[in-house]
Design a protein around this ligand. Structure first.
Ligand code: DGJ
Length: 711
């Protein structure tokens, strides 16, 4: 049957009418953007255009950039796909077979282009979803065949895009524990640049799966053409940027093929994760807002529900707590005006009690010394005090000093004939094994079934895969990295089928695992263990390029030497929480914090879903200023990070306001006894955007939060 379709198409190409067919254009459009593919006379599919929507596109040339370049025939650069057929032939040719459009709702259209090899029963489906209102594209592929045995896949991109510009500038985000999302920018010159990770589980710890490519010149917030892209995959990713001899750039995004040759059986479908991207003709600000709008509806679980303000105990108590201490923290949660108390690591394991990070991971029973009356008692006590209760788990991991390790040595990823390799004294479970999936699901399910009052989970993942070898996969070890991530999704899917709306924080020893593959199962993420107010301005700045503020969990802690006000202002830019010993607060600090929580809740709609404008970048000046703006209200955050002797800061021009409206200013989060020279003043939107406001103090590590209300 498949053969017949291919033959029918080839016959068509030979007919006189085939010229029409050969000029076929496939247009994928959002409100302002367009991706245009063309089929040439040989049936090859080309990317002819990507950019702002064209008013008419019949005259657009096919161009020379094959949309999804296969390896092995006449390709001379990095391919999108390379395979070895059952008969040992290492080449692939992909010709247009069919185009389909599916409208999944009034906003989303999925275009599917089927590409087939004329000689082998091998097919690639290119899917491109267009999110009309948000100006976001999502592309992924399905790869399948009907050969007589397994076909080996060596490269399997989700997407390939081509650009022809004078110059290219790559912005990427890298880091490590406590220094996540550091932004770098450099020119792409001839040759290939790879951004990837080989870490498997805590995959994004060193390199985050996000980038911008600016065309012709480095883009600013408001100026310049660029694409912004990310891979929705919670495992190894790989972005290749290759500038060829004619100065064209190809950008290839997908799962990392490192140690991952995949044996695809006949009839099996290999689906690649989505590459999500947008194009902006006017700088990074628009691209970020496109991502934020998209994520609020499609990218994160329950984007429209208000996030809870919580008190966490990790920084304040570490592993050292008991029921009495926790009851005191519940009282503090209530007194602060927070909604939920989150119990962190250290509440479990008995044979090897979890009193530090060397023992107990995997033994998910309440520790009888710390919690003699169990989680149920904690939930009841919290509920009795009118607050909710949440709890920490790290279900994919095991300490060698645990009952789980003793009982199930075959449930652990580790190489035979090699020493165990520890990171934070722990190992990764072999989640590919369905029994381990049952176990991990059971950790959550048993706890939630026994304690239906649990209102929040923090899901941690504190190590990467090293010495990776799955006892379950036996002689198919090169499937390990891909199958691990797929297995994680299986577990999360199962969990969400039963607990559809339970808020869950995605955590990975800080921000080691943050991506849009995981976030449909999570309501927010922990961006970094580094909560020093100054560092955090930089870290949160990095995440703001791709994530809406309400997904970024920010806690006021005692890291950092800045004032409580500074640290509170910083935490308020995202999902506000606390992780600090409140017993040490003075009366003034209590009052300040209680008022901050109240104001945060009041301003939540604009902070969480207002449009973000990054006004002054800490990468360019010794200060940082950003604002969230909705129709009637805006909130501006300003930080002086460092100031040189005699330095004076220019007025900051606001964005996103209505030029015709009048706005009243009110400074909030003011420390006791302080007044504001801006509070009460009224300015026109036009003035605020053209002239600006003096929002930066010269005092190092000082800050300001300004509420801006339309009259
Ligand atoms: C790493 C997380 O990032 C921290 O917030 C805390 O939960 C610890 N793990 C607990 O072990």
């Amino acid at each position: 049957m498949i053969k017949h379709v291919v033959i029918a198409f080839l016959v068509l190409l030979c007919l006189p009418g085939s010229v029409l067919r050969a000029q076929k254009k496939i247009s994928v459009e959002t409100e302002h953007l367009q991706l245009l593919l063309s089929v040439n006379e040989k049936g090859k599919v080309f990317q002819s255009y990507l950019g702002e929507k064209l008013s008419q596109y019949n005259s657009v040339e096919t161009g020379r950039h094959e949309a999804y370049v296969p390896a092995g025939t006449n390709n001379l650069f990095e391919p999108a796909i390379s395979v070895m057929h059952t008969d040992g032939n290492p080449s692939l040719e992909l010709l247009f077979a069919e185009e389909k459009k599916d409208k999944t709702d009034d906003n989303v259209t999925v275009t599917t282009v089927s590409l087939k090899d004329p000689k082998y029963p091998f097919e690639v489906l290119l899917h491109i979803a267009a999110y009309y209102r948000e100006d976001i594209f999502k592309s992924w592929t399905e790869i399948k065949h009907q050969e007589k045995g397994p076909v080996t896949l060596y490269n399997f991109a989700s997407s390939m895009l081509h650009f022809d510009a004078h110059k290219y500038w790559l912005t990427n985000f890298h880091g490590d524990w406590a220094e996540e999302m550091k932004m770098q920018e450099h020119e792409l010159t001839s040759g290939i640049k790879i951004l990837d990770t080989k870490l498997g589980t805590r995959a994004a710890m060193y390199q985050a799966p996000f980038f911008f490519v600016s065309l012709d010149e480095p883009a600013t917030e408001t100026h310049g053409a660029l694409i912004a892209g990310t891979l929705a995959w919670t495992g190894n990713f790989r972005f290749a940027f290759e500038v060829d001899e004619q100065n064209s750039l190809r950008v290839i995004a997908g799962m990392n093929n490192y140690a991952s040759q995949y044996k695809l059986l006949p009839g099996q479908v290999f689906e690649t994760p989505a590459f999500i991207f947008t194009y902006s003709a006017d700088g990074k600000g628009t691209a970020s807002r496109n991502f934020h709008h998209w994520a609020s509806t499609y990218g994160v679980l329950d984007g429209d529900t208000q996030r809870t303000v919580l008190l966490n105990n990790w920084e304040a108590t570490g592993f050292d707590f008991n029921e009495e201490k926790l009851a005191g923290l519940f009282d503090n949660t209530k007194k602060l005006g927070a909604d939920l108390f989150l119990l962190d690591d250290g509440w479990f394991a008995n044979k090897y009690p979890r009193n530090d990070d060397h023992t107990g991971l995997g033994d998910w029973q309440e520790n009888k010394t710390k919690l003699p009356n169990g989680i149920g008692h904690l939930v009841k006590t919290a509920t009795g005090k009118n607050i909710k209760f949440g709890i920490w788990v790290e279900p994919e991991m095991v300490n060698p000093k645990s009952e789980l390790y003793e009982k199930h040595p075959d449930w652990i990823l580790k190489l035979p004939n090699r020493e165990e390799d520890y990171f934070r004294n722990q190992l990764v479970l072999d989640l590919i094994n369905p029994k381990v999936q049952d176990f991990v699901f059971g950790v959550l399910d048993n706890m939630l079934t026994a304690n239906p009052g649990i209102a929040y989970i923090k899901w941690d993942c504190n190590r990467m895969i090293t010495n990776g070898w799955s006892p379950y996969l036996k002689d198919n070890q090169s499937a390990l990295y891909i199958e691990y991530t797929r297995s994680l999704y299986q577990v999360l899917k199962r969990l969400r089928a039963k607990y559809a709306h339970l808020p869950i924080m995605l955590c990975s020893g800080g921000g080691g695992r943050i991506d849009y593959g995981a976030l449909p199962y999570f309501t927010e993420f922990w961006p970094s263990d580094d909560t020093d107010g100054f560092e955090r301005v930089m870290i949160q700045w990095g995440y703001s390029y791709f994530f809406p503020s309400f997904t970024v969990a920010n806690h006021v802690t005692s890291w950092g030497k800045q004032s409580l006000k500074f640290r509170t202002d910083v935490a308020m830019m995202g999902r506000l929480g606390y992780d600090i010993n409140l017993d040490k607060f003075s009366d003034a600090e209590w009052q300040f914090s209680q008022q901050a929580v109240k104001d945060y809740k009041r301003l939540y709609p604009v902070i969480s879903h207002g449009d973000l404008y990054r006004l002054i970048s800490p990468y360019q000046e010794n200060r940082a200023v950003l604002m969230y703006a909705s129709k009637e209200k805006a909130v501006l955050f300003s930080y002086t990070l460092h100031s040189r002797y005699g330095e004076s800061f220019e007025l900051v021009k606001l964005q996103g306001l209505d030029p015709k409206k009048q706005y009243q200013l009110q400074e909030i989060n003011l420390e006791k006894g302080r007044s504001s020279s801006l509070s009460g003043k009224v300015y026109g939107g036009d003035y605020l955007m053209k002239v600006g406001l003096p929002v930066t103090s010269r005092n190092e590590l000082s800050s300001m939060v300004l509420e801006i209300t339309a009259q």
